[in-house]
Design a protein around this ligand. Structure first.
Ligand SMILES: [Zn+2]
Ligand SMILES: [Zn+2]
Length: 261
């Protein structure tokens, strides 16, 4: 039997994947990807995310608002986050964090939103799914200030330096690698993937984005998380099954409300 793999971060409610969900699930099965965590990005789309998770015993979801989602109106309140996080299918808070890459001008609203998510995670005692881009220093600073270590979580689609990985791991966080680790020019990231202890590692697709080699440039899907795990095994000179077993065990230890089905 093929080793089990879990895609710890995908967006099954996005049109590219939603349009052919039965096919997406079938290709997961065919590739030994037995479970997936589908990630919330807005309050408005949360019911759709939860709907996908409820449709299958091997899917779970998160609750949160992505840092790139500029809301000109009102921000999600702590109570609103807690209300949606209470669902049995919700095993994490996020994706949250900071992203200074796309935003111009004042970024205080992003930090405020991130703080609210960390507070929600601590209240409902669910781990955090953290996104960080061009903002690693502030991301780690806020994690420390808000006591994110109390719940832990994952630095998803990790592309930062070893020092940032170390700082996050010191706060009890896991490091999740995406298809980016398969890209030829990702030399520094490959080095980080060699050094992160196996017991702190997760794998993900962030699909429909970031398809790994050999599917680069095409729409991504959870089945392709296999290529991420294969690359990490090759980089570390260990068996694919060892990466699969470790990352699967880590997933169920971290997201403890997810029960393998
Ligand atoms: Zn992200
Ligand atoms: Zn994402």
């Amino acid at each position: 039997m093929a080793p089990m793999l879990v895609d710890s971060h995908c967006h099954l409610d996005f049109p590219e994947l939603q349009a052919d969900l039965p096919g997406v699930l079938e290709r997961m099965r065919a590739n030994g990807v037995t479970h997936a965590l589908t990630i919330s990005t807005t309050l408005e789309t949360f019911p759709a995310v939860r709907g996908v998770a409820r449709s299958q015993p091997n899917l779970w979801c998160s609750a949160g608002v992505h840092p790139d989602e500029r809301r000109d109106g009102r921000e999600a309140t702590l109570d609103e986050l807690l209300a949606i996080a209470g669902d049995a299918k919700v095993v994490a808070i996020g994706e949250t964090g900071l992203d200074y890459y796309r935003v111009e001008g004042d970024t205080e609203w992003q930090r405020s939103r991130f703080r609210t998510h960390i507070r929600a995670a601590r209240r409902c005692r669910k781990p955090l799914v953290i996104h960080t881009r061009s903002s690693a220093e502030d991301t780690v600073k806020l994690m420390r200030e808000e006591g994110a270590d109390e719940v832990g979580g994952v630095m998803h689609c990790f592309t930062e330096t070893w020092e940032v990985a170390e700082a996050a791991m010191a706060l009890g966080f896991h490091i999740s690698f995406s298809g980016i680790v398969t890209f030829k020019n990702a030399r520094d990231l490959k080095e980080v993937a060699r050094r992160v202890p196996l017991e702190r590692m997760l794998v993900e697709t962030d699909s429909p984005y970031l398809a790994p080699v050999p599917h680069r440039g095409k729409p991504n899907q959870p089945a392709f998380v296999r290529h991420v795990a294969e690359e990490i095994a090759a980089l570390r000179g260990i068996a694919f099954g060892e990466v699969a077993a470790a990352t699967t065990e880590n997933f169920f230890r971290l997201f403890r409300d997810a029960r393998p089905a």
